[in-house]
Design a protein around this ligand. Sequence first.
Ligand code: BDR
Ligand code: CA
Length: 338
Amino acid sequence: MAGQRIPVVIDCDTGVDDALALLFAVRHPGLELRAVTCVAGNTDVDGVVRNTLTVLERAGAGDVPVARGAERPLVEAVRSARHVHGADGMGDLGLPAPTRRPVDVDAVTLLRREILASPRPVTLIPTAPLTNIALLLRTHPEVTRNIERIVFMGGAVATGNATPVAEFNVWHDPEAAAVLLTAGVPITMYGLDVFQRVVVPGAEVRRLRASTEPGARLAGDLLAHRPAVPSSTVPSPGGADGDDPDGGLGDAGAVCAVADPEGLTTRLLPVEVSLAPGPTRGQTIVDRRVRPGEAEIHGGGRDRAMVDVALDVDVPRYVRLYLGTVTRTAAGGPRGNN
Ligand code: BDR
Ligand code: CA
């Protein structure tokens, strides 16, 4: 409905690019960030809680409740990505400890409470391993009656990052991802195929870093910690126009896709998570065949979830959207020397 903000809840493992996603969600005028829940992933769950509270404080967010969630995956051992996100999990920017505190209920309880209390159905945006979401769906399946859709960052149609075929969030907790896919609500998979393409040019990163406004400056510092992955679809190489390399939006692209779905091209396709031990574990197997194969013809077809899989993204559109949004204050107006 025109004029109404989209109620969203983010489940994250902040995380440099989760932080970029939170900054965007707080400042986008069309989104109402109802809660943030934390899960082990990029770093341990206590580090994720601390980083999340720090970002919300810097962004000037209102009183958004933050809850601590699962400290390890359902079956797998915990395996952080600190080599990518820094020792503190958020770029080692030396930010002061937050004064905010998490709520005194766990993530699953907060998720249930905020989803069911929302006057309008909630869009759930997981940008992390799916452990909290699987626990929620199994503990309180009634939440799906007030979930509009789930837009998750995870998976890949083509190439993985944690392994040659598996993306980190799904690989970290494949069983949880399999539960998510069978949630019975519309699901959009914002996978590596689009995730890696949305890149902010170095000149814009530099401009953000020079801002006097703390939230915009933090966005610049975070982007500077996320040099773009070289790709034939990403033109200008990092650092071509100065000291700052181009910076990937990462998880923030999934939140852009909620605020501006027109920028994303998706196709409804069957998706399955490989739970087998060995080299395919954690792979999202996306069936792009145009006709049934021998497996189906001979009665060996499998039941698979139908998912809106992101296949293409309007990169300049999301970069403009991101920059225009994070240089607003939480209250709405442009700020700083932007
Ligand atoms: C995902 O893994 C994490 O390192 C990022 O925050 C993102 O959610 C990409 O594979
Ligand atoms: Ca993440």
